[in-house]
Design a protein around this ligand. Structure first.
Ligand SMILES: [Mg+2]
Length: 388
């Protein structure tokens, strides 16, 4: 199955934040730079770029090219705040999120379609949220690899989405100038140009040994990238090793009904996050901390991976009985799901129809929670205990 990698890049990030802070800057050429004699341009608005101004250019040169530009010294605390809020939104769509700088990051969307729909729908939903919640435009490139996704988001600017479908990557890249390929910098570009390699397609067609001779190891990597091939992972995918919730009680307790109720709540929260990220768990673990601070844990391997509250809770209940070996009050209870996989569970189920119904019920409940908050939906068994 091909991977689905998003590259999300905020459009003219620093300038856009300056305009949120001071709307009078909208429509004017804006340059973000300390503005001292030896400083460089950190960012330039499209209106300033028309005059040839671009980021990393010496500020003095930018001023000669576009003397009417408004110069903003830069507000890095504000940029950092917007950046954090941006990644908070992205985190809702996949556990595998790799920030690449303040205003861009990769997200591995493989296996995440159940809650947010096909890739284009998810990308559009992210764009809408970023616009409505932050007032910023984001461009999205989608592909089976990171390098093509990055090029695609660049082509999609401003405020666009471009999906390079599997098998179409090389054709999309071929006509682009060689400098659009990440890794081809101001040193490599003229070297390739002298050899008549002007487009990404030219590099893709070069005999492999020649690419290696010309550019060393980087040559092989660049040629793979030119052909749309890049196996590098979005980091974070492997890091999501467990999802856990725990609760420290206001009053230490030995009450079995209270503990069972708390466990149910924790298992449901873990289940919700598993489904939110399209993951299933094949190991559950219950953790108990007694009033004397001693810690006891117990774990269980499930017969098949699950993301269902009922299955998680049943497993947790069995574990809780095993772990409660002392007649000492408990101050903390934790529940975690481990051995997470993004694949659909393999193997035949005895009660396929019943399971499907249960899955649909969870999906419906999760949709409502996404919209109106986690506490708007609770399972009847929890409510019963609440009113008892
Ligand atoms: Mg950007």
């Amino acid at each position: 199955m091909p991977r689905i990698v998003f590259h999300l890049d905020l459009d003219t990030f620093f300038v856009s934040v300056e305009r949120l802070l001071d709307p009078s800057l909208v429509g004017k050429p804006v340059v973000v730079s300390p503005g001292t004699a030896r400083s460089v341009v950190a960012a330039a608005s499209y209106e300033a770029r028309v005059f040839g101004v671009h980021s990393a250019m010496p500020f003095a040169k930018a001023q000669r090219l576009c003397p009417q530009a408004v110069v903003c010294p830069g507000n890095f605390a504000a940029y950092a705040g917007y950046s954090r809020a941006f990644f908070d939104i992205l985190d809702d769509y996949s556990p595998a999120l790799e920030p690449a700088s303040l205003d861009e990051g990769y997200l591995d969307y493989t296996g995440c379609h159940r809650l947010f729909g096909p890739p284009l729908a998810a990308a559009a939903a992210i764009q809408t949220r970023v616009k409505e919640e932050l007032g910023l435009d984001v461009s999205v490139g989608i592909s089976a690899s990171k390098v093509v996704a990055k090029i695609a988001s660049d082509l999609a600017k401003p405020a666009g989405i471009l999906y390079a479908l599997p098998g179409q990557e090389a054709a999309l890249l071929a006509p682009l100038p060689i400098r659009r390929l990440p890794g081809v910098g101001p040193k490599t570009e003229p070297r390739l140009m002298r050899l008549g390699i002007r487009t990404i397609g030219d590099l893709a067609k070069l005999p492999r040994e020649l690419a290696g001779q010309l550019l060393g190891t980087a040559g092989y990597w660049l040629q793979d990238a030119a052909q749309g091939r890049d196996d590098s992972m979005v980091s974070g995918r492997e890091q999501a090793k467990s999802i856990s919730h725990e609760e420290t009680f206001m009053i230490d307790t030995t009450d079995p009904a209270f503990l069972r109720h708390a466990l149910h709540r924790l298992a449901c929260e873990v289940g919700y996050r598993l489904r939110k990220h399209g993951l299933k768990s094949s190991t559950t673990c219950v953790k108990v901390r007694y009033a004397d601070f001693s810690l006891h844990t117990c774990s269980q391997t499930l017969t098949q991976p699950t993301d269902l509250d009922r299955v998680l809770f049943a497993s947790g209940t069995a574990l809780l009985q095993k772990v409660l070996t002392r007649r000492v009050r408990i101050r903390l209870l934790g529940f975690s799901a481990r051995n997470l996989t993004a694949e659909k569970a393999q193997g035949l189920l005895l009660d396929l129809e019943g399971k499907e119904r249960l899955e649909n019920l969870h999906t419906a409940a999760d949709r409502i929670r996404q919209r109106y908050g986690y506490d708007t939906v609770r399972w009847a068994s929890l409510l019963r205990q609440d009113t008892e």
